[in-house]
Design a protein around this ligand. Sequence first.
Ligand code: ATP
Length: 140
Amino acid sequence: MEKTLAMIKPDGLRGNYTERIKGAIVESGFRILEERIVELDEDRASRFYAEHSSRSFFPNLVKYMTSGPVCIMVLEKQNAIADWRALIGPTDSVKAKATHPNSIRAMCGLDSEKNCVHGSDSLLSAQREISFFFEEETES
Ligand code: ATP
């Protein structure tokens, strides 16, 4: 069975969307295998989004991701990676509201930065991101 990493970003937690998001997750047939609230510091947020480090929005992205706690979940289901990406909708929440009105980002995202949730975009990123949160801290 496939696993993916899902995250409710700081705006999602602040806006009290956690229960609605978890309801949508379970209704869509995912099993929540792990769940943890963490606070990312600058170093950890930068490493998580390292692939975007040269983008102009990167400093703001790090600020946003360190602005409050996030909820990390490991979701399991057949086709979990693509299905979770489909359920969250497009990166830009304004576009999500227009084209994917039933998506999670349409429900609780604000724009292309504050988009409420994250989902791994490939098998490789799912493996990297799950171990980033659930194995890394036991290594040292
Ligand atoms: P995520 O990786 O968080 O699931 P995504 O895969 O839909 O999002 P990416 O292109 O990987 O989108 O961007 C990572 C994150 O960087 C986005 O979720 C968003 O918070 C932020 N971001 C992306 N594009 C922009 C932009 N043009 N302006 C501001 N922030 C952006």
